[in-house]
Ligand binder design. Structure first.
Ligand code: NAP
Length: 295
């Protein structure tokens, strides 16, 4: 899988595909992130965004295997539906109940989920964390599931906050199954919320609130020094949640670290190589400041 030297024709007949399947998918940063890393490491793979209507998912996955694809990422809305198409699942994919990475192997089609390991890696790179650290996760959707597993893997103590208490409690059980020391789910309107947020080390926004400038519930805007505000949103780079946390002296991080770290974990699986994180991150930042022309 080594590329021809610089200046020689490329791609060639030997170049094999990687990609991301989604609907829609033309906004994805994954092609620039992966292609920058593949270019730097001289790996003879090319990564494309592939729009796939939900009805066509089984056909496309089967066809990609026939075309000798090495692997693909899978994004909204296919992450759950693709589970049934896999021959094997990693523990992470089974726990989360969703797949974001497919790899064609000699044993068949493997489904993995690198979102949780990506968030765990990003959080540990960004802040010193100890066993038993207290986390709050806002949200109960797909990203919050990955966050619950990430906190479990960090042996944290965790409170999941959602507007559907039953969903929050289900995610708390997932966190415990993943290794969390303790986990509870609470309603976003609970009287406990201010105390829970004030007592946490890391507060994760795993909702889309903030993408359009929305603010979170009041307790999420009262973080202070010693606390870490983690927003999974990366566009815009600073949400009202992160801005108020930074103004009050908390440590703040957007979702770019998770995006790059989950990509790096997929890249490792496909290429067997450690990903160049700095190159991936720089490519993502550059792409965010140069959005592609409208299709
Ligand atoms: P999702 O599955 O649609 O879940 C969204 C969650 O937000 C749900 O729990 C939803 O509650 C909750 N929510 C929405 N509006 C709310 C409101 N007004 N009040 C309280 N809760 C509200 O979406 P997702 O895939 O988890 O994505 C969530 C965010 O994470 C998005 O901004 C996405 O871009 C980001 N993300 C980032 C990365 C990364 O690599 N950085 C990866 C994945 C996702 P209900 O369930 O009650 O509707």
């Amino acid at each position: 899988m080594t590329r021809p030297p610089d200046g020689a024709p490329w791609p060639t007949a030997a170049t094999r595909p990687l990609g991301v399947l989604g609907w829609p998918v033309r906004h994805s940063l994954s092609p620039v992130i992966h292609n920058a890393a593949l270019r730097e490491q001289g790996i003879d793979l090319v990564y494309l965004a592939l729009p796939v209507h939900p009805e066509d998912l089984p056909t496309v996955v089967r066809t990609l295997g026939m075309l000798e694809a090495v692997g693909v990422n899978v994004t909204v809305p296919h992450k759950q539906a693709v589970v049934a198409l896999c021959d094997h699942l990693t523990d992470e994919a089974r726990l989360i109940g969703a797949v974001n990475t497919l790899a064609w192997t000699s044993d068949g089609l493997l489904g993995d989920n690198t979102d949780a390991v990506g968030l765990r890696d990003a959080m540990t790179a960004d802040a010193p964390l100890q066993d038993g650290e207290r986390f709050v996760i806002l949200g109960t959707g797909g990203a919050a599931r990955a966050a619950a597993v990430a906190v479990g893997r960090l042996a944290g103590r965790c409170t999941i906050v959602g507007r559907r208490p039953d969903a929050a409690e289900e995610l708390a059980r997932l966190a415990v199954a993943s290794g969390a020391a303790t986990a509870t789910g609470i309603d976003i309107v609970s009287d406990e919320l201010p105390g829970v947020v004030a007592g946490a080390k890391v507060i994760v926004n795993a909702t889309p609130l903030g993408m359009q400038g929305e603010t979170l519930a009041a307790p999420f805007h009262h973080l202070g020094p010693g606390q870490v505000a983690y927003d999974l949103i990366y566009h815009p780079p600073q949400t009202p949640f992160l801005r108020s946390a930074a103004e009050r002296g908390a440590n703040t991080h957007n979702g770019l670290g998770m995006l790059v770290a989950q990509a790096a974990a997929s890249y490792r699986r496909w290429t067997g190589r450690e990903a160049p994180l700095g190159t991936m991150s720089a490519a993502a930042v550059r792409a965010l400041s140069h959005p592609p022309p409208a299709a």
